[in-house]
Design a protein around this ligand. Structure first.
Ligand code: ZN
Ligand code: ZN
Ligand code: FE
Length: 750
């Protein structure tokens, strides 16, 4: 006989862990107890040594679906001769390390009940259990217990209570447990805020959607705007009401078979779509799809997700090929999540609101993913993934990293784990900035950490920088933008050794005060050296150039030829006067800061090919350039690599010249774009080879927003790997500025 204490850490609370242990102990005939504590779950079991070993192995192999086990620590303690197995009350302890689970989709057991006419939760939109349902978005504090969630508003009825206290029940200690008798209720509200009298708000909402109306629908982390995706009129009306917003709309379809009718779905994509996180997955449109063209104009991809909540399942049951489900906001505002605020802000957009009385405590946008080089790549890590932690190579003091200005996320570290927040957004918007501060406060409170240091970007004008310096009250550490991208990718892979960092993005503040963005670094988690970069190029009009790609085209032409050649079609829509003024100012260096950005080169090429002269969001032109590219093009364009003060400098002038020639000769843009991508991939390999000669390093990191581009990434990967480089790319952490905070935190920790 032996007695063991087993301490399990990770996401083990609120995910059905104790009943799982209880049932497992019963199966193995072991005596003892299980309880939640502030570190996780502690089990004590007594039995034969062999049986105990099999029991411990089974904890790992059979763990509940939502749990994440980080460590299982076993100690042998004196035998007590107890009989039976008990679930004990939660213990209190000083160090809290328990973690809250992300929100998850409805599990199969709950789905079955949802559509079972004799079940007491038949068609109940808030059905859940310990294996599924809302978590992070409803948590108001810790420990994770019903009174500290927004479910505190709903006292359990007798039936639900008996499930809640029954260790054999799937709903034992399921904090959001609810039923039609005691739980949240749906409500349909008109655009003017008055409730619609109806005993079946759901059917009424479906009827209105069928009618072509725009509905704001309350989801897990905020409201969506929904229309019938096969109705061209409804989709266009939604686009008109959302104002100057050209972003593609996300779709929700009933099941995988339906998605396959809309887009091509590979094995990895199917896995992503069906994952418990339910992200939006970018999928190549099928030519014969039956949906409205204006869902994703000029785009070869649809962003599609499968239903995430029981309400979504009920909405999509039999009625729609797909619904548009786009974040409920106007242009740059954050997604609406509070009921009163939603009604007010969306009054001019939505015809009605399908809402309910379960409050959302934390606004959380949908996550966005795609498959790249046979691996998932998160472009936005938010609902379903947050607040899952990322393992750090070392244990250190607590750090708050405040991230970038656009696509902001923040990161908190506790011990050897980093917690990256949900997508916060673009901090220039005041409401987003408020939500940024709330996110910092909330994450600190639920993780129970008080950071000792705050890491921020070098950029003096980022609002996140200003917060760190003026409002945080902590010791500050400035981290260079592209070094943070490099460290973010290294940290994701748990790599501490130095690497060659190929860091391409839009813009980041450089150590020399110039605007970097096409960088070759050599560095690790503590320091870096810049060894190469794109040739500095004036950015006419500063920030304006990121919104008007023709300005970068002008800049490159001027530098290449000393003047603007005649007959450039890209400038057709631009007033002669404006063109001349901008050209003159740029020559004199007035309001034309220097940049080594790769993103801006993409803008210039997109402009020269006539794809787009104005963009409504950063990276739009570059995305289009990728979308149209012919991937089979194998001949690169010429370019120059030179050495300036030991720095390798990439000069794209010959490339620009060839593009102008090919374009005027009438060669298809698809072909030119394909060759442009091929040239960059080849240049990356050539520069890495030169750096390998100098340093002996053959580990390469590809990071920065440009590496959301699958074509470029896959071309570069292939070339680098053929030449014997080991290449690290992102997967769970976005390569764009959404992953920056992780890098800032890790560098500061080191
Ligand atoms: Zn369930
Ligand atoms: Zn109930
Ligand atoms: Fe960046």
């Amino acid at each position: 006989m032996r007695r063991q204490r087993i301490i399990i850490e990770g996401i083990v609370q609120g995910v059905g862990f104790r009943p799982f242990i209880y049932q497992l102990a019963a199966r193995f005939g072991l005596a003892g107890s299980v309880c939640n504590d502030t570190r996780g779950v502690t089990v004590e079991v007594e039995g034969e040594a062999g049986v105990l070993a099999r029991f411990v192995a089974a904890i790992r192999s059979e763990k509940p679906p939502l749990s994440v086990i980080q460590s299982v620590d076993t100690q042998t303690i004196p035998v007590q001769g107890t009989t039976g197995f008990k679930i004990l009350q939660s213990a209190q302890d000083k160090t809290r390390r328990a973690q809250i689970s992300p929100d998850t989709f409805v599990c199969d057991d709950c789905l079955q009940e949802l559509f079972d006419p004799i079940d007491r939760r038949f068609r109940y939109p808030f059905i859940n259990c310990t294996n599924c349902g809302p978590r992070y978005t409803i948590v108001t504090g810790i420990p994770y217990d019903r009174p500290l969630t927004t479910m505190a508003d709903f006292p359990l009825c007798d039936d639900c209570q008996s499930e809640y206290i029954d260790p054999e029940s799937r709903r034992f200690h399921a904090q959001p447990n609810a039923c039609p008798a005691c739980g949240p209720q749906l409500q349909l509200i008109d655009a003017d805020g008055s409730p619609v009298a109806s005993d079946d708000p759901l059917s009424e909402a479906i009827r209105r959607l069928k009618d072509g109306q725009i509905l704001a629908i309350k989801g897990l982390g905020g409201y969506h705007l929904a229309v019938d995706a096969s109705s061209q009129d409804a989709v266009q009306e939604l686009r008109r009401r959302k104002q100057r917003d050209e972003k593609p709309f996300a779709l929700m379809a009933k099941d995988l078979v339906t998605v396959q009718r809309l887009a091509s779905v590979g094995e990895d994509e199917a896995r992503l779509l069906q994952g418990v996180e339910r992200p939006i997955v970018l999928l190549q449109k099928r030519i014969d799809h039956s949906l409205a063209e204006s869902i994703a104009p000029d785009n070869r991809y649809f962003g599609v997700m499968l239903p995430c909540t029981p309400l979504h399942y009920l909405l999509l049951q039999n009625d729609f090929e797909a619904l548009v489900m786009t974040s409920a906001n106007l242009s740059d505002e954050p997604i609406a999540f509070e009921d009163g605020d939603a009604c007010q802000r969306l009054a001019t957009v939505a015809d009605a609101f399908l809402s309910h009385n379960r409050r959302i405590h934390t606004r959380t946008d949908d996550s966005i993913a795609r498959v790249m080089a046979d691996r998932p790549l998160l472009l936005r890590r938010s609902r379903g993934f947050v607040p899952r932690s990322i393992a750090l190579p070392v244990d250190g003091q607590s750090i708050l990293a405040v991230g970038a200005e656009l696509k902001n996320t923040i990161c908190l570290t506790r011990g050897d784990r980093a917690f990256l927040s949900q997508h916060v957004g673009d901090l220039k918007n005041l409401e987003v900035y408020d939500s940024f501060k709330q996110t910092i406060k909330h994450l600190q409170s639920i993780l129970e950490v008080l950071p000792e240091l705050v890491a921020h970007d070098l950029h003096p004008d980022y609002d996140s920088t200003r917060y760190a310096l003026e409002e945080s009250g902590l010791l500050t550490v400035a981290v260079q933008h592209h070094h943070a991208h490099l460290a973010s990718c290294l940290a994701e892979h748990g790599v501490e050794e130095p690497a060659i960092g190929v860091i391409f993005d839009g813009i980041g503040y450089g150590a020399d005060g110039k605007l970097w963005g096409g960088e070759f670094l050599v560095g690790d988690l503590s320091s870096y050296e810049r060894v190469g970069h794109f040739r500095y190029q004036p950015m006419p009009g500063g920030d304006l150039a990121t919104r008007q790609p023709w300005r970068m085209a002008l800049s490159y032409l001027q530098s290449s030829y000393g003047e603007i050649p005649a007959g450039i079609k890209a400038f057709d829509g631009i007033a002669e006067n404006e063109l001349r003024l901008v050209a003159q100012a740029t020559l004199k260096g007035i309001n034309a800061p220097l940049t080594s950005s790769c993103g801006r080169l993409f803008d210039a090429v997109a402009s020269l090919l006539g794809l787009r002269q104005q963009v409504s969001f950063e990276g739009q032109a570059a995305m289009q350039l990728e979308m149209i590219a012919d991937p089979t093009q194998s001949r690169p364009y010429p370019y120059l690599l030179s050495c300036d003060d030991d720095q390798i400098v990439f000069d794209p002038f010959p490339l620009i010249d060839s593009i102008i020639r090919d374009h005027s000769a009438g060669l298809p843009a698809a072909q030119i774009s394909g060759r442009f991508h091929r040239s960059l991939a080849m240049m990356i390999e050539e520069v890495c080879e030169e750096i390998r000669q100098r340093t002996g390093l053959s580990l390469v990191v590809l990071s920065g927003g440009v590496f959301q581009n699958c074509l470029l990434t896959e071309m570069a990967l292939e070339r680098l790997e053929k030449s014997g480089f080991k290449v690290l790319t992102h997967s769970l952490v976005p390569p764009n500025d959404g992953g920056l905070a992780l890098g800032q935190a890790v560098i500061t920790s080191h």
